[in-house]
Structures are given as structure tokens and as C-alpha cells.
Unconditional design. Sequence first.
Length: 85
Amino acid sequence: MKCNDFLKELTDYLDGTISVTVREELEEHLHWCRDCYVVLNTTKKTIEIYRDNQIYELPESLRTRLHESIINKCKCSKPPGKASS
């Protein structure tokens, strides 16, 4: 199994709606593919956070950096100009 095949089956794997054969292939792939293992765990954690509806407070320093980054990105984006005649 290749990583693209793993990603195509990820949702069904998490939902438990795949065949035993495909599940075994996916789990074998996870044993040696670190990237897909990380994707699976990150996706699981995201689902858990969403289901729990927990609000996570960001540390002040991270909030400040994130806010500054967004502001700088907005300042760098120029609105489309009018064509000169």
C-alpha cells in the first residue's frame, strides 16, 4: 500500500467501515510509514477535540505572534488596482 492509498481510506478506517483485509493493509503500512502514522494520530486528536467541544486557551505569547502574523499578512496583501488608461 502507498501513502496515497492510505489517505484515500483514512476516513473509512477511522469510521470502522472498511473490510478486514484493507484494515490489515493499512495497519501494516502504519508500522513502517512514519508520515501516515503522524497523519492518523493528528486526525484522531482533531476529531477528539472537536467532539469534546473543549476550548483551548493559547499562551499569550503565541496569541500575540499569531495576531501579528495575521496583521502583517493582511498589510502585505494589496487590493487589486484599477487598470491605467
